[in-house]
Design a protein around this ligand. Sequence first.
Ligand code: ATP
Length: 263
Amino acid sequence: MSTAQKLLSVENLTKSYGGIHAVRGVSFALQAGEILALIGPNGAGKSTCFDMLNGQNVPDAGRVMLLGQDTTAKKPRAIWRLGVGRTFQITATFPTMTARENVQVALISHAGKLFNLWTSTSDFAQAEAGRLLDLVGMGADAERPCGELAYGDLKRLELAVALANQPKLLLMDEPTAGMAPRERIELMRLTADIARERSIGVLFTEHDMDVVFEHADRILVLNRGSLIAEGTPDEVRANRDVRAIYLGEGLLYDARHREGASP
Ligand code: ATP
């Protein structure tokens, strides 16, 4: 992979808390349109790693390059401006506003017009908000207040809000947390389809191995702060170190079990 094709490039990312090596010497790259999962047992360093990419945490050492720019230790807003969208474990929409208005706020913010909100820009991006809601299957709910929406719908709305920033990279921290199993697979399928179609790179952390092995193009496995494996779902599934960590916990998804499982 040449440097020009890399959307995100992480070199030797390192962070300690006192004697705890939360993240040690982690390096990886992500291409446009690629869906990359970051997995690992509890305390492996996933959140610390993620927060150093989105500017919420400053690494002790290492470098983060986004679209050829050094973004190490840049503030979250500066990183967002470069085209990094985020979704969170806990949904972050405005409950009294409609679904459409929530997307409009994101579009206006992206356009740098937030301070004129609802005055000169009240009609701003109405049509574009509608298009984004259609894209995530929420067109019929456009005029409903978010406070009335089901949890799964809020997650799809969040995706539309993240897309309003026209991201080149989406960072998704446990995007399917709190959802029913079927909804999880559907949300990630929707995300992956949109990302591939728009050449958006996606990095996501996830505890649900069904979601990970079904949708990731590649998987990074962290354990005790270090990257212990990296590869396609098949490569990672066959990796002995990974199996040792996950099989012991009964978590490693195996497609054969699923195919052979009785309903
Ligand atoms: P989980 O899946 O449980 O969310 P994780 O893989 O995201 O875990 P991190 O939250 O990144 O793991 O934590 C990695 C290690 O760093 C853990 O040992 C954790 O206790 C430690 N750690 C994380 N943040 C801090 C902090 N602010 N102060 C001290 N130790 C921390």
